[in-house]
Design a protein around this ligand. Sequence first.
Ligand code: AR6
Length: 294
Amino acid sequence: MSDSSDEDIPMNRIVKLSDIRTIADLYKSSVLKAPAIGQAKFKPNNAFLDRVSLFQGDITELQVDSIVNAANKSLLGGGGVDGAIHAAAGRELLKECATLKGCDTGFSKITGAYKLPSKHIIHTVGPVYSASFADIKARQLESCYQTSIDLAVERSLRHIAFPSISTGVYGYPIEDATHIALNVVRKHFESEGQSDFKLDRAIFVVWSDKDKSVYESLIPEYFPPSDEIKLLDAEETEDESDSQAEPVPESQIDEELEEVEKAEGNIANNGAEEVVNPQEEHVLETSEEDTKTT
Ligand code: AR6
């Protein structure tokens, strides 16, 4: 080592929000193509196209309000994106994570981001995929996205960047996982209405070319451009009924989740929490972490 000048300190690349292309841009440059007739699952809404991005690269480089970590139940680090986030954020992140007493599958907890350019990290625990429990796994993955968004909104964080949760080490099929990710974000935007919305940008971060092409092919189904309005009219009734399917009662989900947890026998959470339903989870999150400011 020669000296301690700034040049010797490796500077991670920082990607600003303004450098992250929205899907409106991606349609304009024909990276994204309008869906075929009848393929769109939602009606076009151009306002949403400026609030969604697809970014290929390292999530640790994003200078945004929050990035999501695909963690495990211990919240104490691991491989994949979890390893990259802990390595880039530094030991202080691990120290804060150690105070959180783990996290159950399908839920999320928030920390500071330390050496990262983002403001916060939302740690979510995706399901380990199993085709035998595909419905439950889908519900848990959906909950990862939803509870992460809920935390961002609760903390008034205006941007959230998601990696492709569970699709690496945890083996979730990328197409199925991408449908879930896009559906949750689209429904959140629908729930916010046209004005006074809480989330300015949802960024889907992909690492591989294959994952990028899956997102590029599925984004138009959830966020079609407005040019397609006329073409979609004929399909509207069917699309709306698809997107407003009757939700499964929470009690049923809880029972099924408990069954899966027992079957897996992989409780890595050294805390005392039982599996809780999404409503109860808000209480858990606020009581444990509200000492931190945003
Ligand atoms: N930026 C963005 N995406 C990334 C990055 C990065 N720096 N690195 C990897 N990916 P995975 P999981 C992508 O395995 O399946 C860990 O050990 C990767 O290509 O990180 O939820 C945890 O501790 C893939 O598309 O997460 C858990 O034990 C996606 O991130 C377990 O892995 C998710 O892959 C979680 O497994």
